[in-house]
Design a protein around this ligand. Sequence first.
Ligand code: FES
Length: 103
Amino acid sequence: MGEIARVPLASIPEGGALRLPGGPDGICVVRIGEAVRAVADRCSHADVRLSEGEVDPDECTIECWKHGSTFSLVDGHPLSLPATKPVTVYRITVDGPDVVVSD
Ligand code: FES
């Protein structure tokens, strides 16, 4: 396990997603209140960035804009078709003002 990305918490839009470089597919970082989640920034159905999708703060999910699969930001599993495979979930820690993403 090691650090693969770092970003100031304040730079992540509340209730939104931000793409960071890192990992094989980039990283989709989502902020819901003070909670931060990170998953691989590639839909498991096709090569589409999840960070361009819509966050549901209440369900803690993100929806792929291409065909509408919704992914859990907790465990990465798709909650609706057509995607059937999970996306990688990354570990988040806080270091002062920064959010640190680790694999
Ligand atoms: S590319 Fe994401 S659901 Fe099809």
